[in-house]
Design a protein around this ligand. Sequence first.
Ligand SMILES: Nc1ncnc2c1ncn2[C@@H]1O[C@H](COP(=O)(O)OP(=O)(O)OP(=O)(O)O)[C@@H](O)[C@H]1O
Ligand SMILES: O=P(O)(O)OC[C@H]1O[C@H](OP(=O)(O)OP(=O)(O)O)[C@H](O)[C@@H]1O
Ligand SMILES: [Mg+2]
Length: 281
Amino acid sequence: MLRVAVPNKGALAAASAEMLSEAGYRKRHDGKDLTVLDPVNEVEFFFLRPKDIAIYVGSGELDLGITGRDLALDSGAPVDEVLALGFGASTFRYAAPAGRDWKPADLHGKRLATSYPRLVRDDLARHGVEAEVIRLDGAVEISIQLGVADAIADVVESGRSLRQHNLVAFGEPICASEAVLLQRAGSDGSRAKSQLAARLQGVVFAQHYMMLDYDCPREILERAISITPGLESPTVAPLADEKWVAVRAMVPRKEVNRIMDELAETGAKAVLASDIRSCRL
Ligand SMILES: Nc1ncnc2c1ncn2[C@@H]1O[C@H](COP(=O)(O)OP(=O)(O)OP(=O)(O)O)[C@@H](O)[C@H]1O
Ligand SMILES: O=P(O)(O)OC[C@H]1O[C@H](OP(=O)(O)OP(=O)(O)O)[C@H](O)[C@@H]1O
Ligand SMILES: [Mg+2]
């Protein structure tokens, strides 16, 4: 039985559950359940705090886990990324009161509040900066105002929390994070692990692509194929009217409207875009 850790709450929990469900795994019925057995797929899911997940996976107690890259790095646990999952994106950054042009070197001798002390200590060491790291559990942005810190290092998504507290981010991002699937460092890929990874990869991939179907006069087929080359090559099927064919191809989701405009201008008709739920490449 494969043993897999999933965030039980917080910023990554809902999207992780949604992705696993989309990949055909059993959902938990109650938000308080800590385990779910999925006998059909031979997987047992453990719903854990995202901060702890890399520790369980790194110790070898659990085979795979979903958590944030920044949390995994901060844990110091020996884990490898199997797959980036394309949600929960954020950057992890230094920030300090606005009105001054801060640089990482300015942190020397300062008090720096964060919920990610290892990530911050490692980065400070890389910059050769000695600062006092103060570990807080959350609401880090307010720590400067409350007098316990001079600067912070925290997760930035939209930047709203920093703006609200009149803080500015500075320096290169310490980490560009997103949700990742982890395994123990150096562990080999069993068939069961590869299968779960392939299913999640299928969902990630499907989220980045759409399926386009359209009717196309034969004389413009070559041009249409150059607009929608598909992955290998598009499917071209005859229509009852010999002058026309039906074309089906996957296209990048971000470009779908531009591609539909181009096809319509070229002479394609009945251009339909539909979602792909999952796929195997
Ligand atoms: N807006 C966001 N706020 C917090 N974390 C985010 C955000 N966007 C993405 N993340 C990612 O989610 C993970 C943090 O999740 P976690 O559940 O620990 O935080 P949280 O939602 O703030 O929960 P908690 O209230 O327990 O601190 C990190 O990997 C972080 O990069
Ligand atoms: O850039 P933004 O879009 O504002 O998002 C980032 C903020 O959101 C998170 O806080 P959360 O609300 O989870 O509270 P916490 O600090 O108590 O964890 C994170 O710790 C930042 O404070
Ligand atoms: Mg938080």
